[in-house]
Design a protein around this ligand. Structure first.
Ligand SMILES: [Zn+2]
Length: 75
């Protein structure tokens, strides 16, 4: 059984590595939780899909929980 961090839709998370975009943001928001995790870079707005395993490895910590989608460029 794979250890699954306690994450929920719209959680804002910090990843171990910054996104290789112009904003170099390490903050992402959870856009979908399922067999795969969909996260959005809060610097540039790019959405990417990660497997649970990959997500678990790249996650540093859960920063906060939001009730809705956070506009990009705010972090
Ligand atoms: Zn980005």
């Amino acid at each position: 059984m794979v250890e699954i961090p306690d994450i929920a839709l719209f959680d804002v998370v910090m990843m171990k590595k910054e996104h290789p975009c112009s904003k170099r943001s390490r903050y992402f928001q959870i856009m979908r939780v399922g067999a795969d995790i969909k996260i959005k870079c809060l610097g540039c707005g790019k959405v990417m899909m990660l497997s649970r395993d990959t997500f678990n490895h790249k996650l540093k910590k859960v920063v906060s929980h939001s009730e809705k989608e956070v506009p990009t460029g705010t972090v």
